[in-house]
Design a protein. Structure first.
Length: 271
């Protein structure tokens, strides 16, 4: 398949606010992009007409109840089976920030035995409140997640976060078991890191939301569903990155492009 034929679906809902930046980034990669309100998606669209689905960031439905919870239940009720089929076929699903929260609430992540009826994890309130700043994450996946295979092992990427509920947690009584399973099934993808690449080790300056084990992003056991709290679409172009004005001219692209390009290349290889 020619790259220009790859179709990306970006659903949006009341309160999402990153769909335009996400669409702009994917358009730069030479693919077709549709941003569709979920109510219209439920009535008029077939998910199987697309090659990639990206649930963008924002604050869907005001993040009432819990972040992403209402949007997740709405999608579960209206397109849950179709989304399961989409994922079973190996098509990629990316959840960014609020989209990550949706995928956790809907049981697709971590999805140790496939989609779970009840959430197996939570993205809870940050101990330090809302955080909007640049952070670093280290790519720790060892090959199970095909969506990040173009990113070198242990590469450190700089991207911004903007969330008040991103503290990744497992139930206390299952914490050790679930963390072990993340490692055994190679579902860890990104961990918060310091500038030298060492892990944040819970330090608030480097781990902005107090996430367990510095977890910033995970995938499902098959590797084609990926969720992360940082925003690659806000680190796509060089002029979006911090500090370039001191150097005079911005780089052409930022680190976020590595991730989105990797997803598109996965689809090219797959098709």
């Amino acid at each position: 398949m020619n790259r220009s034929e790859i179709r990306v679906l970006i659903p949006r809902a009341p309160g999402t606010n990153c769909d335009s930046e996400t669409a702009m980034a994917f358009l730069d990669l030479g693919v077709m992009v549709e941003v569709v309100h979920t109510q219209r998606l439920f009535r008029e669209r077939n998910l199987m007409d697309y090659d990639i689905i990206v649930f963008p960031g924002g604050f869907s439905y005001g993040d009432y109840v819990r972040s992403g919870a209402i949007w997740a239940k709405e999608c579960e009720y209206r397109i849950g089976r179709e989304l399961e089929e989409f994922i079973r076929e190996g098509r990629p699903v990316l959840g960014i920030c609020n989209g990550f929260q949706l995928l956790v609430e809907a049981g697709f992540l971590p999805g140790f035995e496939g989609r779970s009826i009840y959430p197996q994890a939570a993205l809870a309130n940050n101990p330090g409140g809302f955080q909007c700043r640049w952070v670093r994450v280290r790519h720790v996946n060892r090959g199970n997640c095909p969506l990040t295979r173009e990113i070198p092992p242990d590469a450190v990427l700089e991207m911004p976060v903007a969330h008040g509920e991103g503290r990744f947690l497992f139930p206390r009584d299952r914490e050790d078991d679930y963390l072990r399973r993340l490692y055994e099934q190679d579902q860890l993808v990104f961990r918060y890191a310091k500038p030298d690449g060492t892990f944040a080790d819970g330090e608030a300056h480097y781990n902005p939301d107090g996430a367990l084990h510095d977890i910033a992003g995970i995938c499902n056991p098959e590797g084609n569903v990926l969720g992360l709290m940082p925003h690659p679409e806000r680190a796509y172009y060089g002029w979006q990155t911090p500090g370039w004005t001191k150097r005079g001219t911005p780089p052409e692209y930022g680190d976020g492009r590595l991730l989105l390009e990797s997803i598109v290349r996965y689809v090219e290889r797959r098709l």
